[in-house]
Design a binder for this molecule. Structure first.
Ligand code: ATP
Ligand code: MG
Length: 402
């Protein structure tokens, strides 16, 4: 099949009124970045459609890539032709003749973006349908359940013939909804939470708490690999690795054992919030799911969340572990998350963490300890990496923030 274009239909993007331009520009940039290894292609955008000009590149490989781009409702490989009825009939026939899978029935479905076109959609359906019937063999029309719908889209500058409609990832273009930081552990949940928040248009920077020598280089590499996966959707992502050992040691020393978990979470959140502020992000995303573990009961969240008024987004809050694992599998993070590693929290997990910690109590215990200096040191000691899909990790020397 000699497709020369891919016609892309926007999702929710088309409902956003005056912000539309921003959505379209962002989607276009994201598609360009996703397809950058296909040097011949061009991307053009219209008010209600985007077009990838294939210029000889493989439409199947490009379709695979497009399936992962947020902001695309669906798309169709298409043939472009002049917007005249004869040209449309001929292009539709050559489309039919180029089909690789045999069909028995078809119908024509016309959409006119150009309302000044000389024929109505019904007329075009009939004319093109009749032409295809006359010039092919063994094929009939079935308007209810056809094997193939030949789509004719008539626009001012051109007409497009297509058949297959491929489902896109939906959502909003990554980066269109502002920036948040993702607290990324080496577990199953947080990468899924990151993916889901990107689906709603957020750009992410990741924060990982590392406690050497209790946690190894191996667990750090795991997080780098998870970030690499997320960057396939988002483009290069910053990963801030926080040295957390000193804070954890102080917690172990000063806080009663059944409250160490609560305090650890609170300190993580304070450090994350400080990095968030420096990076100009407006929210914190976590992989928490209600009731999953002691630190994720509603009482724990209440006691932990108290340390910040920054919005904490928890995309997985109502999801079961199995539902989360299913998504992790789909987005190819499950295998990485399942690798064995030492998490900075499991290393220090008390035998009996409080499932219903009291805010007043944790505040009382923490009031005897000066964490501020250690928080500052942890933030100053952050190592920032830029992770890109090519898995070519480099230190971000341009960042002199830390
Ligand atoms: P996950 O499966 O994402 O690791 P989890 O089941 O281990 O989560 P918790 O350990 O209770 O659950 O962590 C809850 C959330 O806190 C994580 O989803 C993540 O957002 C954040 N978090 C936990 N540990 C770390 C860490 N070492 N670095 C950064 N964020 C962390
Ligand atoms: Mg979890």
């Amino acid at each position: 099949m000699q497709y020369d274009h891919i016609l892309i239909r926007y999702g929710e993007i088309s409902t956003k009124g005056k912000n539309r331009r921003g959505f379209i520009d962002r989607l276009k940039a994201n598609i360009r970045r996703t397809l950058k290894s296909y040097s011949a292609i061009r991307v053009e955008a219209d008010r209600d459609r985007m077009f990838v000009l294939l210029n000889g590149e493989d439409h199947l490989a490009i379709s695979e890539k497009l399936k992962g781009v947020f902001g695309i409702q669906n798309f169709s490989p298409a043939i472009k032709t002049e917007p005249g009825i004869e040209e449309i009939k001929n292009a539709a026939l050559s489309y039919m003749n180029g089909l690789t899978a045999p069909i028995k029935t078809f119908k024509v479905n016309t959409r006119r973006a150009d309302k000044s076109f000389s024929y109505s959609t019904d007329e075009v359906n009939h004319m093109v349908g009749g032409y295809l019937l006359t010039n092919t063999e063994g094929i009939t029309v079935n308007v209810k359940t056809p094997d193939l719908t030949v789509r004719v889209e008539i626009r001012k500058e051109a007409a497009y013939i297509s058949g297959e409609v491929i489902q896109g990832a939906g959502g909003l273009p990554v980066g269109n909804g502002g920036k948040a930081v993702l607290m990324l552990s080496g577990g199953i949940d947080s990468p899924v939470a990151g993916y889901m928040s990107m689906k709603r248009g957020l750009e992410l920077e990741c924060i990982h708490f590392h406690s050497p020598p209790f946690t190894s280089e191996r667990s750090k590499q795991k997080v780098i690999d998870l970030c690499g996966r997320l960057s396939e959707t988002a483009g290069p992502i910053k990963l801030h690795i926080v040295p957390f050992t000193e804070i954890q040691k102080l917690i172990q020393k000063q806080i009663p054992e059944n409250y160490t978990m609560t305090s650890t979470r609170r300190l993580m959140l304070r450090v994350a919030d400080s990095i968030r502020e420096k990076q100009g992000a407006l929210a914190i995303v976590t992989g928490e799911s209600l009731g999953q573990v002691a630190s994720q009961t509603i009482e724990s969240m209440h006691a932990i969340n108290e340390v910040t008024s920054t919005p904490v987004l928890r995309p997985l809050i109502t999801m079961d572990k199995l539902e989360i694992m299913k998504i992790a599998e789909e987005i190819d993070t499950l295998e990485i998350s399942n690798r064995p590693y030492e998490d900075c929290c499991t290393v220090f997990t008390p035998a009996n963490p409080k499932t219903k910690p009291k805010k007043e109590k944790v505040n009382f215990y923490e009031s005897f300890v000066d964490f501020d200096k250690l928080i500052e040191e942890a933030v100053d000691g952050v190592e920032t990496l830029v992770i890109s899909p090519e898995a070519e990790t480099k230190r971000d020397e341009t960042l002199d923030l830390f």
